[in-house]
Ligand binder design. Structure first.
Ligand code: SF4
Length: 232
């Protein structure tokens, strides 16, 4: 195991909410001086200032998350190999408890690397959120080119994404939208589900909005554009 951390996968308050029969794991990497956010989340926009990195236990875990990102940036092959082997061990351990494993690789990043792990571990269900429109569009329209055990949810960032969200939803995809305090029943004419209930997004019906409540205190100090456009 590389220096600075003892495991790739962890569980959080949200992953602990996985429905019965499932164990949910997440991989958390954080930007640092040598691994800028632009590398981990090339499509980050308004979300960056109120990212999950600033909520829950993430600020305390920052050195570990930065150490993971350094290994990912320096030796991606080693990173993916070790993350895969650790997950393989978790699959065995969870199977003894009667659980299947659902894993979110890009817990605090948007690399798309889960595709590699999904191909290698067909017994694991992978889920990710992405702000990469091209990746999401290809996944939605050309599913045969992607591992069947990798599910993506498009992650809306701003007003200008609304039209793309409508197209995605109209084609049976799903879009995550962040709300301030109350998750409405509908958004843009599409039903909204409670995305905070658990993180097993592959279970979501087609054509629904995944409603998430903004987390952390960052929203109170965020600029006006973030408050008006990212959080609804
Ligand atoms: S893309 Fe996701 S992980 Fe990256 S900065 Fe935005 S909210 Fe955070």
């Amino acid at each position: 195991m590389p220096v600075g951390f003892s495991s790739y996968w962890s569980q959080t308050t949200k992953t602990a909410k996985a429905p019965e029969g499932w164990a949910n794991y997440i991989l958390l990497m954080g930007p640092s001086e040598d691994v800028p956010l632009a590398k981990l989340c090339p499509h980050a926009g308004l979300c960056a200032s109120v990212c999950l990195r600033f909520s829950g236990r993430n600020p305390m875990a920052r050195p570990v998350q930065e150490a993971r990102a350094r290994v990912w940036a320096e030796n991606r092959t080693l990173f993916l190999l070790e993350a895969k082997e650790e997950l393989r061990r978790l699959v065995k351990r969870e199977a003894r408890k009667g659980n299947q494993v659902c894993a979110r690789f890009d817990g605090l990043s948007d690399t798309g690397d889960a595709k590699v792990l999904a191909e290698a571990l067909p017994q694991v269900q992978f889920v990710d959120y992405t702000k990469d429109k091209q990746r999401y569009w290809h996944w939605l329209l050309y599913r045969d080119n992607f591992p069947p055990n990798w599910h993506l949810t498009f992650s809306r960032d701003r007003q200008a994404d609304n039209e793309f969200c409508r197209q995605v939803l109209g084609l049976g995809g799903t879009a995550a939208v962040v709300f301030f305090s109350q998750v409405p029943k509908e958004w843009e004419g599409y039903p909204v589900i409670d995305g905070d209930a658990h993180d097993l997004r592959f279970m979501d019906p087609r054509g629904v909005v995944v409603g998430l409540k903004v987390k952390g205190k960052g929203i109170y100090t965020a600029n006006r554009k973030v408050k008006q456009e990212f959080v609804l």
